[in-house]
Write a protein that binds this ligand. Structure first.
Ligand SMILES: [Zn+2]
Length: 71
């Protein structure tokens, strides 16, 4: 590796809103994510609703006046 151009790597714990944690190396010791491989519908194989941390889906629906029946 070239000297003095790489950021310092530390052990990092990634915490998902679904409760899963993942250990990896990163430039900061912890990170929070909204979705991960444990809960993303693509990996779970379910058509499950993902966990909406910040109410983003709701506000999107409100903005475009979408209802449950009118998706
Ligand atoms: Zn997750």
């Amino acid at each position: 590796m070239k000297a003095e151009i790489h950021p310092e790597l530390v052990e990092s714990v990634i915490t998902c809103v679904c409760g899963a944690t993942h250990k990896t190396l990163a430039i900061r010791p912890e990170m929070r994510v909204d979705i991960c491989g444990k809960c993303h519908p693509f990996y779970t194989g379910q058509q499950a609703r993902f966990i909406d941390a910040a109410g983003r889906v709701e506000s999107f629906r409100r903005r475009y006046k979408l209802t449950e029946e009118n998706k």
